[in-house]
Design a protein around this ligand. Structure first.
Ligand code: CP3
Length: 348
């Protein structure tokens, strides 16, 4: 079952800092609601979590975008909130509203979290990984992922998505010991989870820190850089050959420190990061990103022009073409097809 992707594949080459004739391309949330075949499987699966826990269906939706578009990587279909679920927190995805969790708002709720059955909760994801890897062509790697402790903690504390992560930031200021205990637990479980995905066949990892941009410098250092560094160190100790992409969305001026200090192999950049700044980062580390998902939705000549510009500025260094955030569910499929073709051909 084990299959090692070719080290000369475009994504692995870019992540190793090697030059390519054209940038590799994959898209965050490339499996999802913009695809009718995804919506069909999703309706069959029951809830979103049921889909994540069903290896046959999760493998199917992982592969769907690769059947339509010539993408250079697959990303395992799951969600960052599998980790709180694995810790025994109640997690639900409410149609049209997003995730709802029983908030961890104090030490008592913290004490109820329990990692003893995490492996059982992760097992279906590992099986999804193994099934996808068995189907993928040799040149196409599978990306495993987790949420970064800070971002996952914000959902656990807020009980949902939030505009400014205020409850989590307040807990971090008012009760730093409790918040640190939560982060430490997430570091341990997330590192296990990433290593489990590697054992099952993932050959690249991404750590999603979607809310990294809401923290001031000292807090960013403590809650984004330090925990990510610990996770990367554990992964590297056991699997030094697996490249890790860090995605501290919105970190912007702090991204350079994050890149230098966490030990990641490549840095994903959100849409707010100036491409000229990515070019600067690129002198030290491979970069990924950062086309605006709304421009992909809008399409037209502006999309073509911007795609060309990004490739012109970043394409001669180690670079992975991607969006600055996940695909919007209303994105027309032909816009995605056109984008992928354009990146692959260097035109129009
Ligand atoms: O990229 C991929 O194709 C792999 C799958 C993937 C999903 N979520 C599937 C998903 C990945 C990598 C994620 C990461 C994720 N999940 C993040 C980090 C990246 C980011 O977007 O900031 C976050 C913050 C989450 C948490 C989450 N999951 C939210 C806030 C939501 C609701 C918003 C929404 O888009 O509905 C989800 C649900 C979710 N995760 C969906 C998918 C395809 C949609 C649910 C559905 O189909 O009903």
């Amino acid at each position: 079952m084990l299959r090692v992707p070719r080290p000369d594949g475009l994504l692995l080459r870019a992540l190793a800092g090697k030059p390519n004739d054209r940038p590799p391309v994959w898209l965050m949330r490339q499996a999802g609601r913009y695809l009718p075949e995804y919506r069909e499987v999703r309706a069959k699966a029951g809830s979103f979590l049921d889909l994540c826990r069903n290896p046959a269906l999760a493998a199917e939706v992982t592969l769907q975008p690769l059947r339509r578009f010539e993408l250079d990587a697959a990303i395992v279909f799951s969600d960052i909130l599998i980790v709180p679920y694995a810790l025994g927190q109640k997690v639900e995805f409410v149609e049209g509203e997003g995730p709802k969790l029983d908030p961890v708002s104090d030490g008592k709720a913290m004490a109820r979290l329990n990692a003893s059955r995490a492996d059982e909760a992760f097992a279906p994801v590992y099986e999804t990984v193994a099934r996808v890897v068995a189907e993928l062509p040799e040149a196409v790697p599978l990306i495993g992922f987790c949420g970064a402790p800070w971002t996952v903690a914000t959902y656990m504390v807020e009980g949902s998505g939030s505009k400014d992560q205020a409850a989590s930031r307040l807990m971090a200021y008012r009760e730093p010991e409790i918040f640190q205990a939560l982060i430490d637990l997430l570091v341990a479980v997330s590192a296990d989870y990433l290593l489990g995905q590697i054992k099952a066949g993932a050959s690249v990892l991404q750590i999603f820190d979607s809310w990294a941009g809401s923290l001031p410098e000292d807090q960013f250092e403590r809650w984004c850089i330090a925990p990510t560094k610990q996770i990367v160190a554990r992964v590297k100790k056991e699997a030094p050959e697996i490249p890790v992409i860090g995605f501290p969305r919105g970190a912007d001026l702090l991204a350079e420190r994050y890149a230098r200090e966490t030990g990641i192999d490549a840095i994903g950049c959100g849409t707010s990061m100036p491409v000229g700044w990515m070019q600067r980062l690129q002198m030290h580390i491979p970069v990924q990103g950062n086309l605006d998902p709304l421009l992909l939705l809008a399409g037209g000549p502006a999309l073509d022009t911007r795609t060309r510009e990004i490739i012109a500025i970043l394409g001669s260094g180690p670079f992975v073409f991607n969006l600055g955030h996940g695909i919007h569910p209303d994105t027309p499929i032909d816009h995605v097809a056109r984008l992928v073709t354009q990146v692959k051909s260097g035109a129009p």
